[in-house]
Every structure is written in C-alpha cells, then in structure tokens.
Design a protein around this ligand. Sequence first.
Ligand code: ATP
Ligand code: MG
Length: 403
Amino acid sequence: MKYSEIMVRYGELSTKGKNRKSFIMQLAQNVRQALSDFPEIKIHADRDRMHLLLNGADSALVIPKLAKIFGIQNFSPSIRIEKDVQKLKDAVQAIMKEVYTGKETFKIIAKRSDHDFELTSNELNQTLGNAVVDIFPDIEAQMRKPDIPLRVEIRRDAAYLSYETIKGAGGLPVGTSGKGMLMLSGGIDSPVAGYFAMKRGVEIEAVHFASPPYTSEQALQKAKDLTAKLTPYVGKIEFIEVPFTEIQEEIKKNIPQGYWMTITRRMMLRLTDEIRRLRHGLIILNGESLGQVASQTLQSMVAINEVTNTPIIRPVATMDKLEIIEVAEQIDTFELSVQPFEDCCTIFAPPQPKTRPRLDKVHQYEERLPIEEMIERALSGLKMETIHTATEAEQVEEFADLL
Ligand code: ATP
Ligand code: MG
C-alpha cells in the first residue's frame, strides 16, 4: 500500500517549554535539509507533531533518512483514505491482509478531529474491528499493547490510517545547542564523540591535523570519509584541515621526548581554539577517554587543558573502549577507523611519554618555541571543505542492515 504522509512525533522537544517553537523550527529545517532530494515533500509542523506530505515521494527512500534525524521520537507512515465508512473498512481489511500472519493481536485506535464525521471514535473502533474479525474470525483483539495497533485519524480533509511506528533517533535537533569544533583524528573515539554531540543538538565542524609527508593522503581521506559517515544526521559538515608538519618537527627538534606528546596536544588545542573563534563556535569536543593512553590521564588532561578556558566536552571520557566500539559499529564508523593509516600522533609518538607531565617543565620547554608564529603560519594554511552526505543507495543499504 502506498503511503501518502508520515506523521512525526517530537522527542524531548515537548518538554522544552518556551524554547519549543525554535526547536520545532530547527527540526523542520533539518528535515527539509535531510530530504532535499525530495522537493515534492511538504512539511507541516505544529506544536505537537510534524506531518510530511509525501506527494508521491517514495517512502522506502524517505524513511531511512528520517530515522537518522535527531529530535524525532518516532514516526508513522500513513495512508490517506477518503472519509467514507465502506472505504475505511476496505482499507483496514487490506492492511490486515498484508500484515497479519495468524499470530498477532490487534486493536483499532480511532481518533476524530472532525466531529461532523458520521461515526464517533467508539463506533469507528467497533465497526472497523468487526471488519477485521469478518476476514480473520480467530484474531484476538488486545487492548493493552496490541501487536498491531491500527490507528485511524479522521481529519477535516481525509482519514489517515497507520499501523507501524518506527523508532526515531531521539536526542535534540542539531543546531539547537549551538556550534562546537570536533577534534577529529582517524581513530575510533572521535567520530563517536561527534555523534553523541550531534545527538544533543550540537552542530559540529571537524578539525583535523595532518602532517604530510609523514602522514599519507589516505590518512587524510580516511578522516574525510569518517566525517561523511557523520553527515546523515545533519546533511553536511565543514571539514577543516590544519597543516601540522612544521609544528611537529619543531617540537621534535627542541623538546625532550618525554614532553613531545603534552606539548603537541597543547598546540593542537591552541589551534583548535583559534579556529573555533574564527568560526564562531562555542565549545571544543574531542574523543579523549580516561586512561586509554598517556595523553588521557587526568594529569595530562590538566596540563593540556591549561592553554584555554573554552569548555571542552569529552563525550566518551567515561566510556569503556568496548562500549565506544559498540557505538562505532552502530554508526558504521568502526571499519573505517581501524584501517591502518598512520596519523600525526602515532608517527611522532615518543617511546616514553610522560603520564604525569609537570606544568613548570611544560612552560620552560615551550619558551624554546616560537608559538605565536607557528600558530599564525598554521592558520594561514587551513583548508576547508564541505563534506556532504553519502549517496542514497549507500544509506538505504545501511538501514537495511539495522533492521
Ligand atoms: P581517537 O580514537 O579519536 O583517535 P585515541 O584513543 O586514538 O582517539 P588520541 O590519539 O590520544 O586518542 O587522541 C585523543 C583525541 O585527540 C582524539 O580523540 C581527537 O579528538 C584528538 N586528536 C588526536 N589526533 C588528532 C588529529 N590528527 N586531528 C584532530 N584531532 C586529533
Ligand atoms: Mg587517535
């Protein structure tokens, strides 16, 4: 049966009081952006729900895209039927023939916003329920938690039938919480951190440090491909490549190796913070996870964090590696992340980084570096690229895997 509209139920939006309006507007904008391949779809958002009038668009292509948009609790594709009792009975029977396999319980849930309609909600429940029993005499009606809840809405313009509720991505619409700069390496953790940030409404821009020729073209491409994996939730993401070779060479030349890592990270953070300022971002996000490696002890975090007052959110900080991997698999970044291309930190990784760096030493060593000039030069070599979402065919395939 052909769906004519999709009814969308908002997620946490409903509890946001006076912010509700801007939340709904942002969600409508995100939906429009994610469905830009379907200009025929009309979006009507009111304070309780959003209706997508498909106007002939193929729901099988629209549904997987919709399932990734944050701020949606769930949604129901529905069929538009003329407001005629016989036609409603026929439609209900046709749906049940399609979905009933002989085991499920069912319930008709009728609702009437058009009070001029000839039957009341109760009468509709009975009449349409009987129509189902007529064709399946053994079927059981179940009032609580039926397997097939068949919803019938009588509105002014027509009646709408739906029997499926598809789980949405939850969270808050991306953009409602402002913008953050995601420090994106080629690893497992930072894409997952970006996913969690977007889920809570943060718009992200990806900042990636590359040190050619020590790091390869493939390593850079991998970071871009990971960014592409994060775009279905938003449509597109800005990718900012920072030239980091000179800085790493200077550090290696002038700093005792126990402090390479700390000072490298401090440079990354300084640069990310400058880029954040230029791009009008509010916060910085990274994929640090407590205790994973030397740079991720609390003492290291304190020493690295000292260069800025900008809030740094670390969405995966307290997660176990296995928990992070589980999410990486779910968002399909894991396979890409484990591809073996050296990144700038691996190549310059000292054999014995300090796990408890001392700030007085850090300050003393940094005096050997022309920090301001290095930052200026790196900023003058930034490269920006807008990464768009993967092709439709890829997305449909991905969704099929989830089902
Ligand atoms: P990931 O799996 O995200 O690479 P990791 O466990 O390998 O993390 P580190 O390599 O110590 O940990 O990096 C910690 C965080 O620093 C990363 O999650 C990322 O946010 C940031 N980072 C590291 N390398 C880069 C890079 N080349 N470009 C941008 N950010 C980076
Ligand atoms: Mg890494």
